[in-house]
Design a protein around this ligand. Sequence first.
Ligand SMILES: *[C@@H]1O[C@H](CO)[C@@H](O)[C@H](O)[C@H]1NC(C)=O
Length: 203
Amino acid sequence: MLILIICTFLAVFVPANPQRSFLDQQDDEEEQPRSYAFQRTRSLNGGYATDGDSKINDEVYRIFMLTILDGFNIFKIKAYNDRSFIYLTRRDYWLGDRYYYMDNYYYLPTRDSCAYRMNETERQHLFYEEDNMPIFDIIYQCQRYQEYCCGLNCCKIDQIGRHDYPRKPPKYPWEDPWHHNSASYSSQLPFAIIIISVFNFFT
Ligand SMILES: *[C@@H]1O[C@H](CO)[C@@H](O)[C@H](O)[C@H]1NC(C)=O
């Protein structure tokens, strides 16, 4: 009798479930809007590039604007005041592609150069002093053969030439300079409280 019930269960329920979830999955895929956004990051040496982590990109952009504008409302970029070292990623960034390669001390021809295209909002106040032309790109450099352009950062190429993307999360939250995990702690807190109160209830 028990065997009969198990067989009936297997025959009726087991094939039905994968099929249903398969159909659900198809529906989900079709409902999701597809984004055809252009890739914003490119390698000026013709190498591989991705847009990397948008949180890091936004933060680097924010810090870069703070330092390059230095608290003034100067939106005109002169030659040789277009570079900034950003500690978050420990890299130099140039605003615009007009002068960076003349920056002999900081620009290294042995490295690969990357360009990150700012969107309309990000570049709306940025012009060259010389001729008032708009500035489109932020330029930075990555270690040739070891790194590739990855948003406003460099990502590692591993020893057998694979592009290591997405970047590995840090093993411990306090290793994370961008505090990605701080938000998830606050969302776990209510569950922790429930578990603790249930535990107290039974003891
Ligand atoms: C430009 O990018 C910023 C940061 O990613 C975003 O907040 C903003 O909405 C974008 N603007 C446009 C016009 O896409």
